[in-house]
Design a protein around this ligand. Structure first.
Ligand code: C5P
Length: 398
C-alpha cells in the first residue's frame, strides 16, 4: 500500500519563488496515495497558476474566501476535511499570521479555523530567517504545535548564499510520511499530563504560587498528541497558551485540589506525566474577602495531596501503565530523585537541577532520567527535545 494512502492534505502555497516546487510536491504526494487540495495566497498565485495546481491535484484550487462555485465556507471546510495542513512554501508573512492568529485571506483563515496539525516548509532570505521578530513567530508557531521542515543552506533566488532555501519536495514528503507514522505509534492510548504551577489562594485577591512556566509540560503534551495519544492536559497557572492539537484537551485548574480532581476524572489512562509544580501546602484559613493589613497576617497551612503519588500508588488494575514524575532539586539531585521515584511509585523521574535559578521559564533544560535501575543524563536540550526523549522512553515501554 502506498505510504500516504487515504490521507487528505490541504496544501497552502504562499508567495515565494519556491512555489514552483509545490507542484513537484503535489506529484510526489499523489504518487504516495494522498489526496491533495490546493490553497494559493495572492502571492502564491503570482508565482504559479491555480490551473497548474488544479491539473495536478484533480480538484479545484482555492484562492478566495467566498467561492463563486459553491456556498461552502471554504476556510472551515478546507481545515475539516484535511488530515494535515501543509504550508509549502511558507513565507515569513504566513508564519507571522499563523503565530499571531491573523486571518485576513483564505490561507490564513484556514490556519485560524484549523482543527488539524500543521507542517510548514519555510522559504525566505537569510536575513528574514534570522530576524528576531521572525524567530519569535516561528518559535510561537512551533510551541502551538506546528511541525517545521527546516530550510536548506544554499545559493538563494536573491543571489545571496545562506539559509532559507525551501527543503526539497522529497524531504517535505518524508516529513509528511514521518508525521503520519509518528501519529500512529501511540494511537489508541490515553495520557494525562499536568503542567504549570498551582495557585493556592490567601484571600479573594492574593495567592501563593511558583515560577513554573508550563513550557515543559505543554511540550510533553504536544509530543504525546503528535504521536497519536489522546491527551488530557491539566494545566494550572501558566502564561503559555496550551498547545493546539486535535488530540489535546486542555483542562484549566487553579489549586492542587482542583488539579487532583481533574486528573482523577480522567482516569483510567495509559500514561500519566506529572510535570506540574504543585504547591506542597495550601492556606487552611484563607479569607473570602480581601485581608486588611491592620489585622496582621496569620496564615495557617495544610499539606496538599500528592497527585503523582496518588496516581503512582494506585492498585495495578487502576494504575496507568507508565507513571512519570519530575523532581526539581537544588542539591543531592539524583539521591532525592531516586527517593521520590520510590515513594511516589513512579516508573521514571525526570530530575533537574534548579540550584542556579535555571529551568523555570527557560527554553532549555538539562535532565536526568532516573529509573529503578539506572540514571541517564541527557545533554542540555530545548524543552521540545526533552519532551521527544520522554516520548521515546514511553514508546519503548508501551
Ligand atoms: O515532591 P516534589 O514536589 O518535589 O515532587 C515533584 C513531582 O511530584 C512532580 O512530578 C510533581 O508534578 C508531583 N507532585 C504532585 N503533587 C504534589 C506535589 C508534587 O503531583 N502535591
Amino acid at each position: 500500500m502506498a505510504s500516504l494512502s487515504g490521507k487528505r492534505i490541504t496544501l497552502i502555497i504562499t508567495g515565494s519563488i519556491a512555489a514552483y516546487k509545490a507542484l513537484e510536491l503535489i506529484r510526489l504526494l499523489a504518487k504516495a496515495g494522498a489526496s491533495v487540495e490546493g490553497v494559493l495566497t495572492q502571492g502564491g498565485a503570482a508565482f504559479i497558476t491555480p490551473l497548474s495546481v488544479e491539473a495536478l491535484t484533480g480538484k479545484p484550487a482555492h484562492t478566495a474566501m467566498w467561492d463563486e462555485r459553491s456556498y461552502e465556507m471554504n476556510h472551515i471546510e478546507l481545515s475539516r476535511r484535511a488530515d494535515l495542513i501543509v504550508i509549502a512554501p511558507a513565507t515569513a508573512g504566513i508564519i507571522a499570521k499563523l503565530a499571531n492568529g491573523i486571518g485576513d485571506d483564505l490561507a490564513s483563515s484556514v490556519l485560524l479555523a484549523k482543527n488539524k496539525p500543521v507542517l510548514l516548509a519555510p522559504s525566505m532570505n537569510t536575513e528574514m530567517w534570522e530576524n528576531a521578530a521572525f524567530r519569535r513567530n516561528l518559535a510561537q508557531a512551533q510551541a502551538d504545535g506546528a511541525t517545521l521542515v527546516p530550510p536548506q543552506t544554499d545559493t538563494l533566488a536573491c543571489g545571496e548564499t545562506g539559509i532559507g532555501k525551501m527543503a526539497e519536495p522529497a524531504t517535505i514528503l518524508a516529513a509528511i510520511e514521518a508525521h503520519f507514522q509518528a501519529a500512529e505509534t501511540l494511537s489508541g492510548k490515553t495520557a494525562i499530563v499536568t503542567s504549570g504551577g498551582t495557585i493556592e489562594r490567601i484571600d479573594s485577591v492574593r495567592y501563593i504560587s511558583n515560577f513554573s512556566s508550563g513550557k515543559q509540560g505543554n511540550a510533553i503534551a504536544l509530543a504525546l498528541a503528535q504521536a497519536g495519544a489522546k491527551v488530557s492536559l491539566v494545566v494550572g497557572n501558566t502564561k503559555e497558551p496550551a498547545p493546539q492539537h486535535p488530540n489535546i484537551e486542555a483542562l484549566p485548574v487553579e489549586s492542587a485540589a482542583e488539579m487532583k480532581a481533574a486528573v482523577e476524572a480522567k482516569l483510567p489512562a495509559d500514561i500519566f506525566v506529572g510535570c506540574a509544580a504543585v504547591c506542597d501546602f495550601r492556606v487552611s484559613n484563607k479569607a473570602d474577602k480581601k485581608l486588611k493589613k491592620e489585622g496582621g497576617l496569620d496564615l495557617q497551612f495544610e499539606e496538599n495531596p500528592d497527585i503523582a503519588k496518588s496516581v503512582g500508588t494506585l492498585p495495578k488494575e487502576k494504575r496507568p501503565q507508565l507513571v512519570i514524575g519530575f523532581a526539581a532539586e537544588t542539591d543531592d539531585l539524583i539521591a532525592y530523585a531516586q527517593k521520590k521515584r520510590a515513594s511516589k511509585g513512579c516508573d521514571l523521574i525526570v530530575a533537574n537541577d534548579v540550584s542556579q535559578g535555571a529551568v523555570f521559564g527557560q527554553d532549555q533544560n538539562t535532565v536526568h532520567f532516573v529509573t529503578k535501575d539506572s540514571v541517564q543524563t541527557l545533554d542540555t536540550l530545548p524543552k521540545s527535545q526533552v519532551a521527544a526523549a520522554i516520548l521515546n522512553w514511553i514508546r519503548e515501554r508501551l
